[in-house]
Write a new protein. Structure first.
Length: 377
């Protein structure tokens, strides 16, 4: 990536030589050009929200910016890209969406997230640190910026307009009005589950902003909850890609002897899973971990992995995440251990499972979803 601050070699995380997707896009380049051409002063506190692979903070490292991200993978990519650029550790402050934000922000740069709820939550959390002189610039591809996006900036921070589009990217230019009254932050939110879904009937779900299906139980998870493994006893179960944690919580409620590990690469998701677990007063032992799937989990240490893999990475449709999850599950499972997967019928996960495990069993299906089981031999 060539910028006014230099040329940078960037990669996604985890690095995969077969991955042809870049670690930056036209909106990153547009935002950096704007900062240079408009001579935006960067001597104060620069905060970058949603920097997907660290491209922005790597380019601006000399300004010692603060990065705020919901993604463990983005944070690890940022560390690697900063090191590759020769940036000293500590030059860029890496925060998560769950950390307290800086007290004062002089330049706020926002990569528009896919989730409008996450954008709302983050703008409301950051608004008290914004002052009349703060430069606020959002960036995204044209297809990512909608009227609702602009309305959020306007309602929470101040008057907002957009730039002309360049290479299918657009900027959001906002003039802060700190004196205006801001709405209360509605996140996290919680709701009670309906009856008829086993151990979690009537139970509470807690969702932080940005977590999939934050205000209701999605139909795929509902179907999965009706077809979870029936085995009981002391065993180690992983809710892989846990989201709000209701699947792992259902296991813990049905089997107090089970030890449940909740794992997700989203800081918001793991916070939601822990809040859901605690809200239901679940007995037994649980662990909550933000990470890259089952990396770091000892090989042969797990009895059951439950997984609803995502098939999108930002705007790209890909099976790379599912493949990494399945591969990690096979390594972590004990001989005889089971991977249970739910997915849309058209994704063909049974083919991948057979290739990796040598077997795949259909547990349940409906017109939209399948629940599959693979056993480690």
């Amino acid at each position: 990536m060539t910028t006014s601050w230099g040329e940078f070699e960037l990669s996604r995380f985890p690095e995969d030589p077969r991955d042809r997707l870049r670690a930056w896009d036209a909106s990153d380049a547009y935002l950096l050009r704007y900062l240079d051409q408009e001579r935006v002063p960067l001597s104060g506190t620069v905060v970058v929200v949603g920097d997907r692979w660290g491209a922005l903070v790597t380019a601006l490292a000399e300004q010692r910016p603060v990065q705020i991200t919901d993604s463990y993978l983005s944070q690890e990519a940022t560390r690697a890209n900063l090191a590759r650029a020769g940036v000293q550790p500590g030059a860029v402050r890496l925060l998560t969406t769950q950390d307290p934000p800086p007290d004062r922000i002089d330049v706020l740069l926002v990569r528009v997230p896919k989730s409008l709820a996450l954008l709302e939550d983050q703008l409301l959390r950051l608004a008290p640190a914004v002052h009349e002189g703060t430069v606020v610039v959002g960036a995204g591809m044209v297809k990512e910026i909608h009227t609702s996006t602009l309305n959020l900036f306007e309602r929470i921070l101040g008057p907002t307009r957009t730039s002309l589009a360049e290479q299918k990217a657009r900027l959001i230019l906002c003039t802060p009005a700190p004196s205006r009254e801001r709405p209360a932050n509605p996140w996290p939110c919680s709701y009670a589950l309906p009856e008829g879904i086993g151990a979690v009937s009537g139970r509470t779900v807690v969702n932080h902003a940005g977590v999939f299906c934050a205000d209701r139980l999605d139909i795929g998870t509902r179907f999965f909850l009706q077809h979870l493994p029936a085995a009981r006893g002391p065993r180690r179960v992983v809710d892989l890609g846990c989201g709000n944690g209701i699947v792992g919580t259902a296991v813990a409620l049905a089997d107090p002897e089970a030890e449940v590990l909740f794992v997700d690469e989203s800081f918001q998701a793991v916070a939601s899973a822990e809040a859901t677990y605690k809200a239901n007063g679940v007995p037994g032992h649980a662990e909550f971990r933000v990470g890259d799937g089952l990396a770091g989990v000892p090989a042969g240490s797990v009895d059951v992995v439950l997984n609803n893999p995502p098939f999108h990475a930002h705007q790209a449709t890909t099976d790379a995440t599912a493949w990494r999850m399945f591969t990690g599950a096979r390594r972590a499972l004990r001989p005889g251990g089971e991977l249970w997967v739910i997915g849309n019928r058209h994704l063909g996960y049974h083919v991948k499972l057979r290739r990796l495990f040598g077997n795949s069993q259909l547990v349940a299906s409906d017109p939209k979803f399948v629940v599959l089981k693979a056993v480690k031999r």
